[in-house]
Design a protein around this ligand. Structure first.
Ligand code: ZN
Length: 463
C-alpha cells in the first residue's frame, strides 16, 4: 500500500506546492495537504515559521537558503534534527530546479547559441557543478520521513536498481558526404548561408578526393551491436529538418531523412528495439508549429511514434520556460536538452527526472526532463587521454549511483565507435564506458524512452 503523509504549507504558493509534489513523487509517497488551521495538530510535516507543538517534522522557511554546506560535507544526519529542519530545502530546490540561480545574467553570460557559458554560471562560481544538490536534499528528506514517521516510499527505479543511466546519440553528421547530395540552389537563404554551405561542400570534396571512407561516420550498426552485447538499447535523436529546409540554418544538419539509407536505418533501429527520438532543428524553439511539424515528419518517415526530443546544439533560447512549455503543446512526453555545452556536470544541480516548472502559468509542465550530465565533447573538446576520460565518467556515475539518481549520456553517432580518425578516442572511450556499465548490475542502463515509460507507469501509483 502507498504511504501517505499529512502536510501543511503555512504560506501557500503554487511554486512551493510544486516542490512538495516533486519531493513526494521522487520518494514515492502520497501527500495529503491540510489547509485548515484546526487539523494542524495531526500534521506529520509543517512548512513555515509558526509551528504547533505536536507536529513531527517542522521545516522552517528561509528564502536565502540554497547551498547546505554541512550536508554536502557529510556533517548533518537526519537524526541530528530533533524535529526542526533549520535549512530550507524547499527554497533551495526551487531555486535550483527552476534555474532561478542563473536568472538576470547579462548577455555576455551566453554564447552565440544562447547557451549559458559554464564559467558565468552559478554552478561554476559556487564550485558545485559536480554536486547534485537536489538529490542530496531529496535523500535527506526521505531519511527524515523514515526516521521520524517510519514511512518508506516506493523505489524510484525498477528491479532493485540503485540508479539509472540513459544512453543517447545525437545524429548530426552520420554521413560525411550528405552535403554533396544537397540541392545546388536554395531560395530564401542569405549570403552567410551560401558562403558557409559552399565551404562545407568544398571540404567534403577534398575529403572525398583524399579517399576518406564514405561510411566511417555511419556507425548505427556498430553502436547497436556493441550495446546489445550487454543488453543495452539506446536512443538515436534524428533531425527531420535540415539546413536547406524552410527554417533551416547553417547550424543545421545536411542529411535528408527521406533518403533510402535513412529509411533502412529507421527500420533496423526499430526492429532491434532501440528508440528513435527527435533532434529538434536549430530554429525549432521559435515556434510550436515548427516543433510539431518536425515531430510529425519524423514519425511519418520512421514509422514510429516520437515521444522524446533533444534540441540540436542545446538551442532552446534564453527563455527556457517558453521552449519547455512548447514541448507539451507539441505532444511530446520527455525532453533531454538541459546541460552545459562546455562542461561536464549537473546543469541545474539535479540528477533526477523532473517535470519542469512553468513560470508563466504557475504549474508544472507535463514533459519529463531527463538531465544530461555528459556529452562526448564535454570531455574531448580539450586534449584528454582515454583513461582520464573514463575515470572522470566513473566519478560522475559513482555520484549519480550514490545519490540514487539519473544521468543521461550524449555521445554523437560519428563518435560512438572507433572507426574514423577524427573521433577515434571518443569512440574507444564510449566502448570502454559500456563495458564499465555492464559490470555493475545495480545500475539500470537503457534508452530514454524506457525511462520515460517506467516513470509514467510509476506515477499512476500516485495519481
Ligand atoms: Zn546536434
Amino acid at each position: 500500500m502507498r504511504s501517505s503523509v499529512k502536510y501543511r504549507i503555512e504560506k501557500q504558493s503554487p511554486l512551493k506546492q510544486y516542490i512538495f509534489d516533486f519531493l513526494f513523487n521522487i520518494i514515492g509517497i502520497q501527500g495529503e495537504k491540510c489547509n485548515t488551521f484546526s487539523n494542524r495538530d495531526q500534521l506529520n510535516i509543517y512548512y513555515g515559521n509558526n509551528p504547533s507543538k505536536n507536529c513531527k517534522i517542522v521545516m522552517l522557511e528561509k528564502v536565502t537558503d540554497i547551498i547546505w554546506k554541512q550536508l554536502i560535507e557529510g556533517k548533518i544526519s537526519e537524526s541530528d534534527n530533533n524535529r526542526m529542519v533549520k535549512f530550507d530545502i524547499v527554497n533551495a530546490i526551487s531555486h535550483l530546479i527552476t534555474d532561478e540561480v542563473n536568472k538576470n545574467l547579462s548577455d555576455n553570460a551566453y554564447d552565440t547559441h544562447e547557451r549559458l557559458i559554464f564559467s558565468r554560471s552559478f554552478q561554476s562560481k559556487a564550485n558545485i557543478a559536480n554536486v547534485p544538490l537536489v538529490n542530496s536534499y531529496v535523500n535527506f528528506f526521505r531519511a527524515l520521513l523514515e526516521q521520524k514517521l517510519s514511512i518508506k516510499g516506493t523505489p524510484l527505479w525498477p528491479k532493485g536498481k540503485k540508479c539509472a543511466i540513459g544512453l543517447s546519440h545525437d545524429v548530426d553528421v552520420p554521413d560525411r558526404y550528405a552535403i554533396l547530395k544537397a540541392p545546388l540552389f536554395c531560395k530564401n537563404k542569405d549570403l552567410k548561408w551560401r558562403i558557409v554551405t559552399n565551404l562545407k561542400k568544398a571540404k567534403a570534396v577534398i575529403e572525398y578526393t583524399m579517399g576518406k571512407a564514405s561510411d566511417d561516420f555511419w556507425l548505427f550498426k556498430d553502436i547497436m551491436r556493441e550495446e546489445e552485447k550487454y543488453g543495452f538499447k539506446s536512443t538515436f535523436f534524428f533531425t527531420s529538418v535540415n539546413q536547406f529546409d524552410e527554417w533551416g540554418t547553417v547550424f543545421d544538419v545536411a542529411y535528408d531523412i527521406y533518403s533510402r539509407k535513412f529509411i533502412e536505418v529507421f527500420r533496423n533501429i526499430t526492429e532491434r528495439g532501440f528508440e528513435i527520438g527527435l533532434h529538434a532543428s536549430y530554429n525549432a524553439y521559435h515556434n510550436e508549429d515548427y516543433l510539431r511539424n518536425e515531430k510529425e515528419k519524423l514519425e511519418k518517415i520512421a514509422g514510429v511514434e516520437i515521444v522524446g526530443l533533444r534540441h540540436h546544439r542545446w538551442h532552446i533560447g534564453k527563455d527556457q520556460f517558453k521552449t519547455l512549455r512548447m514541448h507539451e503543446k507539441a505532444g511530446l512526453e520527455y525532453d533531454s536538452s538541459i546541460a552545459f555545452n562546455d562542461h561536464i556536470g549537473f546543469r541545474r544541480n539535479i540528477a533526477l527526472p523532473y517535470y519542469p516548472w512553468d513560470e508563466i502559468n504557475k504549474c508544472m509542465i507535463n514533459v519529463i526532463q531527463l538531465p544530461v550530465f555528459c556529452m562526448d565533447g564535454n570531455l574531448f573538446y580539450r586534449p584528454i587521454e582515454i583513461c582520464d576520460a573514463i575515470e572522470k565518467l566513473k566519478d560522475y556515475i559513482g555520484v549519480i549511483k550514490q545519490s540514487g539518481g539519473l544521468g543521461i549520456l550524449d555521445w554523437h553517432v560519428r563518435a560512438s565507435f572507433p572507426k574514423n580518425s577524427e573521433y577515434l578516442n571518443w569512440g574507444k572511450t564510449y566502448i570502454k564506458l559500456l563495458e564499465f556499465l555492464s559490470g555493475d548490475n545495480e545500475i539500470w542502463v537503457t534508452n530514454l524512452g524506457d525511462i520515460n515509460s517506467w516513470l509514467r507507469e510509476r506515477n499512476k501509483l500516485f495519481s
